[in-house]
Design a protein around this ligand. Structure first.
Ligand code: CA
Length: 235
């Protein structure tokens, strides 16, 4: 299996060393950058598969780096933040980041996030290879966008229009954490607090129909205070 190349953007040397040592031990290739300007340069010249990006950089804000990279690339971006405030993560996700890690994090967490992104990369590249984009399959879940139907284990799911809309949005962004704001804006056209409350209700009913056990969901992952993500099933 050819391993992906990762760009590690982190000005904190011990944290950077922890990341690069972990990557090296697991046979990942990597390049490093210690500030935002270097990060943008490396991102364009090395064309990495995944970007690990610290938000608190000495020159420009990490959010700005995300915006700049997103002007030309959809490479998966995992934000690393010492700031435990959800607002920073939400801002980063809304700027185009795919996932986040909060410092301090374990080596296992780092590797788990990387595996999620590798599945996302595989999915993104199969999309661009001209696969049949009108049908989505993920594990036992299938969505026929043209027909407007979703199936689990071959059985059609009886979804309300809102549940179907939410499911399609998550499916089209498989592997990426979507914020409450992003989902409500796309489903209802606005991000009122009322809509965020409604989203929780619709998500609960959607999961009852979708998941084998709605108290331990496999397809839709909850990020408390932040949003939801459709996981890519193995195989
Ligand atoms: Ca930093």
């Amino acid at each position: 299996m050819s391993k992906v190349q990762i760009l590690v953007v982190e000005d904190d040397i011990p944290v950077r060393n922890l990341i690069t040592t972990t990557l090296k031990t697991h046979d990942y290739r990597y390049v490093v950058a210690g500030n935002g300007a270097e990060a943008i340069m490396q991102a364009s010249t090395c064309n990495p598969d995944v970007l690990f990006l610290d938000l608190g950089l000495p020159d420009i804000d990490g959010i700005e780096v995300i915006k700049r990279v997103r002007e030309w690339s959809n490479m998966p971006i995992i934000v690393i933040s010492a700031r435990s405030e959800d607002e920073d993560k939400i801002e980063a996700l809304d700027a185009g980041a795919d996932d986040y890690l909060t410092k301090p994090f374990s080596v296992e967490e780092l590797l788990a996030r990387l595996r999620v992104m590798q599945r996302r990369i595989a999915l993104l590249s199969s999309d661009t290879k001209g696969g049949d984009s009108s049908v989505y399959t993920n594990g036992q879940l299938k969505i026929d966008f043209a027909a407007g139907c979703a199936y689990m284990n071959g059985e059609e799911l009886k979804l309300t229009p809102i549940e179907y809309k939410i499911l399609c949005l998550l499916a089209k962004n498989t592997g990426k954490v979507l914020t409450h704001k992003y989902i409500t804006e796309n489903v209802w056209g606005s991000a009122w607090d009322n809509n965020v409350a409604s989203l929780r209700v619709f998500m609960a009913t959607l999961r009852k129909k979708l998941e084998v056990a709605s108290d331990s969901p496999q397809y839709i992952q909850t990020h408390i205070g932040i949003g939801y993500r459709m996981m890519k099933m193995e195989g």
